[in-house]
Design a protein around this ligand. Structure first.
Ligand code: 26Y
Length: 822
């Protein structure tokens, strides 16, 4: 390195090379000849991390001295994806690092592949939190993300005999170079026991909580870089440990085994992420997890406030806390408790502070996904919080009564307690009552919140309801995952400002009809398809032709409302057409799926088996396999998603209208030049508005039509008998063709479709097929398709998470950027 450049911070190629060799030696204790691929990755990670720390400390100093207003994002999930490539891009050293690596004779790609991603989330909600952390730093908003440092993230999925098999995720096994443990930043978290009411020295009534279990939460910090700016924010995840004092107490009475047991019980709390939709999810441990990270986070916020700004009266001026769904909603009661019980604040002052602090984002309307907790469980685990919730409810319902004289039905509907069939606490109601703003995640979703789920609350305080349409970060989902496209865009636009200002992609519009650009655009797509085909050959054993086949991809969690089975019915229809007419000149297609099913969700697992069963028959049938192939990508996660988005020609967004709150995969695909086949659901509606109806393949019922049909009494049976082709597609599944003659295997699925079909697959079937035929026709006209693809990318500016964050900052948080130079 040049003498004036420090090897820990220098950005030159020479500094990077020197630093890499030093880190390999001094941190991994290795030299090149004996280094494992993992050693090589760790040396790279530490080289990058060193370059982040200076900016991080600088940001912390500036934020502290300016007493900057700060957003605290409270989320039980962060689906981060691999850090290394993303941090290289955000530091602006991706290219120079690559050249440094080449000169050191390193396999740069292999090093990136070596990283095991932190899968601390299930799907959309967790990934959204990660995109928002990237954008918060990039648009220079001071922020702390609070969450749980799960030792085991979302399970790894392997496919055996066509079935999903879960393997535990051991992402921490080889160490995590991106986190910094802060053993001195730790807080006690209490559970169980009882409360005591007493009067303090000033004769004020006070409450003391005597728990029967205390554990401790320790902070693990990960720096989050903004792109092209000096701002670095903090992701602070809590790990559960036994408290020392608790341990010693048991030790002193000679109960060594008891002490060790207590340690295990404490550590269990941050052990594993719950896969959503798990019927077991209503379990005590989940509530313990939620309270665990919320309590640590609120205590940390109070500590930070008292250390820097001062009196608790101004807490809500220093901090705004965003609740990512109801998972952290207990924070409302926890802040009340800490203010009143620990800091002697009165109820009225505590309530004013609490209500001014929190904002709540809703992510679902599905009744089965709304969180409620039994009062009995609360009483056992969080007795003080139950008292507080009762008191919040009592005061709130009195307000409702005064406002709507005599309307006791409304009072029952709005209560924080659901009294019907075993009393339960409605966490969404707690979140709404305790927040100053409530928002949905796409325009349609936010409207539905106001007219259905939270109608009564909307009527009472309409000004508190907002929409903030979701977004995704173009850093990870274009620059990192699709470097060829990024380079082409930069060349055509003549700048790379679009990475921070996605609206400027509009400049591409002028070139949408340029045959030269179209040809290169197609080359970029084909190259990505080739990469994916190579990967799928290796990991799914399926051979796809990137040159001739349209890549038609549906990648998301397996769920009936997302209707992967509608996609399968289309595949079976095409299969039958080909069998009837082998000379049918059709556009060859690769149908590609990816996604995990919750381990306890039987129907979703059966859908995975069905996809793989159909794949086996089709891929092995020489009469058709020149035209169609089916592949299931195992273990769809952020890393594997980055292989899919760039390679898609067609993006499947086919949920029943009104069910998908927003969707974010829809944005990732479209940003990478895929065209969408979709319903008028979630953010699809806004994507179509932006790219133009003529550049979007729309089909299916509207949410309104769905509601009407439901009211009239939906009878899937009539559709089954009314459509010969539909009947024959379902019958083919039932016939045992895809199950080696076993007519029972898929019966639960086919019978459910014919008799219940809660997500109206049969009602949308015909429209979907017709739409797919239109799609094939257009794909056959490359110039037209390429033009549409270019226009899709050009018009995706709205769906940058930078836009979402700016909207939160202005409309919901009232917070200003704090610019720091890179
Ligand atoms: C209660 C617990 C078991 C639970 C855990 C995770 C319940 C739900 C979830 C996750 C929900 C989720 O991912 N929702 C998705 O949020 C995205 C971001 O807003 C939306 O785009 C997507 O439509 C919605 O399904």
């Amino acid at each position: 390195a040049t003498s004036h450049e420090h090897t820990r911070t220098g950005m030159s190629k020479a500094s990077l090379k020197q630093a890499y060799i030093d880190n390999l030696f001094y941190i991994q204790g290795r030299f090149r000849e004996v280094a494992t691929p993992h050693d090589l990755y760790m040396a790279a990670a530490f080289t990058v991390r060193d370059r982040m720390l200076e900016r991080w400390v600088k940001s912390a100093q500036v934020y502290k001295s300016s007493r900057a207003r700060t957003v605290c994002y409270l989320s039980a999930e962060y689906l981060l994806g691999p850090h290394l490539a993303n941090n290289l891009v955000n530091l602006g050293i991706a290219e120079v690092a690559q050249r440094a690596g080449e000169e050191l004779d390193l396999d740069f790609k292999a090093i990136l592949e070596e990283e095991e991603e932190p899968g601390l989330g299930n799907g959309g909600l967790g990934r959204l939190a990660a995109c928002y952390m990237d954008s918060l730093a990039t648009v220079q908003i001071p922020a702390i993300g609070y969450g749980i440092r799960y030792e085991f993230g979302i399970f790894d999925q392997i496919i055996e005999d066509g079935w999903q098999v879960e393997r535990s995720d051991t992402w921490l096994r080889n160490g995590n170079p991106w986190e910094i443990p802060r053993p001195k930043i730790s807080f006690p978290v209490m559970y169980g026991g009882h409360t005591e009411h007493y009067r303090d020295q000033a004769e004020r009534p006070r409450v003391r909580w005597i728990p029967d279990m205390v554990i401790s939460g320790v902070a693990y910090d990960t720096p989050v870089l903004g792109y092209g700016v000096g701002n670095v924010n903090l992701l602070r995840l809590w790990k559960a440990e036994a408290t020392e004092s608790f341990d010693f107490q048991t030790f002193n009475v000679g109960d060594y085994y008891g002490a060790v047991h207590a340690k295990i019980e404490a550590e269990t709390i941050s052990k594993v992420l719950y896969p959503n939709d798990d019927p077991e999810a209503g379990k005590e441990l989940r509530l313990k997890q939620q309270y665990f990270f919320v309590s640590c986070s609120i205590q940390d916020m109070i500590r930070l406030h008292l250390n820097t700004v001062g009196p608790l009266e101004t807490f809500h001026e220093k901090f705004v806390a965003q609740l990512n769904d109801t998972h952290p909603a207990i924070a409302v009661a926890e802040l009340m408790r800490l203010l009143m019980d620990d800091h002697a604040v009165t109820w009225d002052d505590a309530w004013a502070t609490t209500r001014a602090t929190f904002c709540y984002t809703n992510h679902t309307l599905l009744p089965e996904a709304l969180e409620t907790w039994s009062v009995a469980l609360f009483e056992r685990l969080l007795p003080r919080h139950l008292e507080i919730i009762y008191e919040i409810n009592r005061r709130f319902l009195d307000e409702v009564r005064v406002r709507y004289l005599g309307d006791e039905e409304r009072v029952a509907r709005m209560s924080l307690i659901d009294e019907a069939g075993g009393r339960r606490i409605r966490m969404a109601h707690l979140a709404v009552v305790g927040s100053r703003a409530v928002n949905g995640v796409a325009a349609l979703h936010s409207e539905l919140i106001k007219t259905t789920l939270l109608k009564d609350f909307y009527e009472m305080a309409p000004e508190r309801f907002h929409n903030v349409t979701n977004g995704v970060t173009p850093r990870r989902f274009i620059v990192v995952s699709n470097p060829r496209l990024a380079e082409l865009i930069t060349e055509v636009c003549g700048h790379d400002r679009w990475i921070r200002d996605l609206d400027s992609l509009r400049e591409l519009e002028a070139h949408a009809d340029d045959p030269k650009l179209q040809a290169r655009w197609r080359e970029v797509k084909t190259a990505a398809k080739r990469d994916l085909a190579v990967w799928l050959k290796r990991h799914a054993g399926v051979l796809l032709d990137p040159q001739t086949m349209m890549f038609d991809i549906q990648a998301k969690r397996l769920h009936e409302y997302k209707r992967q089975h509608l996609n399968v019915l289309h595949i079976i229809r095409v299969y039958q057409r080909l069998k009837q007419n082998p000379n049918l000149g059709m556009v060859p297609r690769a149908f590609i799926f990816g996604g995990k099913a919750a381990p306890g969700y039987y129907m979703a697992k059966l859908m995975i088996k069905l996809i793989n069963a159909v794949a086996e028959v089709i891929n092995n049938d020489p009469q058709v396999n020149g035209y169609i192939r089916v592949a299931f990508m195992p273990d769809f996660n952020v890393k594997n998603g980055q292989r899919l988005y760039p390679a898609a020609d067609l993006s499947e967004q086919i949920s029943l209208a009104g069910k998908e709150a927003s969707g974010t995969g829809n944005m990732k695909f479209s940003m990478n030049g895929a065209l969408t086949v979709g319903t008028l659901d979630g953010a699809n509606i806004e994507i179509r508005e932006e790219v133009g109806a003529e550049n979007f393949f729309l089909f299916g019922m509207t949410a309104e039509e769905v509601r009407r049909k439901q009211d009239e009494g939906y009878r899937p049976w009539d559709y089954y008998h009314g459509d010969q082709e539909l009947k024959s597609d379902i019958d083919l599944i039932a016939s045992g063709l895809f199950s080696h003659g076993d007519t029972n295997l898929f019966r639960p699925l086919t019978e459910h479709l014919i008799h219940q079909d809660p997500f109206m697959v049969l009602a949308d079937y015909r429209a979907y097929l017709e739409c797919q035929d239109r799609i094939s026709t257009v794909y056959d006209r490359p110039a037209e398709w390429d033009r549409m693809s270019i226009l899709n990318v050009a018009r995706m500016g709205k769906f940058s998470s930078d836009r979402s964050i700016r909207e939160y900052a202005e409309r919901i948080w009232s917070i200003e950027p704090q610019p720091l130079g890179a």
